[in-house]
Design a protein around this ligand. Sequence first.
Ligand SMILES: Cc1cc2nc3c(=O)[nH]c(=O)nc-3n(C[C@H](O)[C@H](O)[C@H](O)COP(=O)(O)O)c2cc1C
Length: 285
Amino acid sequence: MNIAIETIDSRTSVRSYSGLALDSADRRLLERAMAEAGPCPFGTQPRFVLVEPEAVGEVASGRIGTYGVIKNAPAFVIGATRSAPFAFADYGYALEGVMLAAAAAGLGTCWLGGTFDRAGVASALRLGDGEIVPAVTPVGDPAERRSFVDSAMRALAGSKKRKGWSELFFDGTWDRPLSEADAGPWARALGAVRSGPSASNKQPWRIVRTGPGTGPLFHLFLDEDRGYNNAIRGVRIQEIDIGVAMRHFEAAARSLGLPGAWTRLEDAPVAYDDPLSYYSSWISG
Ligand SMILES: Cc1cc2nc3c(=O)[nH]c(=O)nc-3n(C[C@H](O)[C@H](O)[C@H](O)COP(=O)(O)O)c2cc1C
């Protein structure tokens, strides 16, 4: 499914819902988006299920518990993956694809990596041996006004703020920032990474551009906050952020008619220091 750049640019996390049930068109769209969420860049295959409270008898009080963070959501997309290199990045890429498809249809979503009842979701998914639930999202018609908790969460995470270009994007080497003007037609694809969601809005993505102007390469790194990234047992939450960034860059490039695809190069293309780690490169030529 093609996502318009405007949809990517205008997306924000929605924690307050009107309570309206999904209609059959919404359900069809979400089922299709879940089926088409792959193939994922690192080759793993997360699975997703759409649950609506009535359908989830075994989850406490018929809802996926979110500690009061999510209000009146009629449904959730929940999912699981298996431990493998970069599986969390693939999960981020896949679920963000579903979430952008939802946004295109006017539905709200919000990544939940911390504030949800893992045991309830595990039982709703009938989790198999070795399966892990990295994160989930509510989905539904946004409320007209944000709830108090929603506003408080946004203020706490500084959700409106983004790091400057000079902290995120680099030109050939780490000591040379890439300006919006120098990025040329790719500026909007980089902007789509910058405006994307990340856990606690830490924005851990870093991108170095190399190569000729006619066929630039964009190398994606994680600037890890180790303590934070290992705070939830068994889940690397900031690797999910990397997958989200990959989805945003790719969807934006497709929407803008810019060429290329993600490839993990065998040798890291640019030298880097701890706590950076290399994930993948967008090769446009
Ligand atoms: C992997 C991941 C996990 C997140 N976990 C939570 C969470 O547990 N609870 C929550 O309220 N928001 C969570 N968020 C949403 C972020 O706080 C939000 O994306 C960020 O503050 C930027 O705001 P925006 O999405 O409205 O642009 C998460 C986001 C990501 C990408």
